[in-house]
Design a protein around this ligand. Structure first.
Ligand SMILES: [Zn+2]
Length: 121
């Protein structure tokens, strides 16, 4: 798949409730295992987090089903999944990079949907 289409497609899939398909596509592209996706945060994470990633069981947990279709949160947590397979099991210090990773996808999505709009109008 062309790199140009990959990022907008991932965002589109998440926005359309196909988050598991998006994670499969991401995992395939980055050659990692597909993370488990769960609605409901572990108790200790209750404090205002939309999502979290638990490296121990490779699980992305989201606060509720609304967050399931939030590409920023899903991609942010997927970044932690990507990183967790390295030596550095703790993902401390990579929050900024996780945000950048997610924003990059959103930017490509916006660019491509803008192109589509230009084409339609
Ligand atoms: Zn994070």
């Amino acid at each position: 798949m062309a790199e140009n289409n990959f990022k907008p497609l991932v965002v589109w899939l998440i926005l359309n409730g196909k988050t598991e398909d998006a994670l499969e596509l991401l995992a395939k592209t980055y050659r990692v295992n597909v993370p488990t996706l769960k609605v409901g945060l572990p108790k200790k994470h209750k404090i205002k987090a939309y999502g979290c990633y638990i490296a121990k069981n490779k699980t992305i947990s989201v606060q509720n089903s609304d967050v399931l279709i939030n590409p920023f949160v899903i991609l942010h947590e997927f970044y932690h999944h990507l990183r967790s397979k390295g030596v550095d099991k703790m993902h401390r210090g990579t929050e900024g990079n996780a945000d950048k990773f997610a924003l990059d996808f959103l930017m490509h999505y916006q660019l491509s949907s803008k192109k589509t709009q230009d084409y339609i109008s």
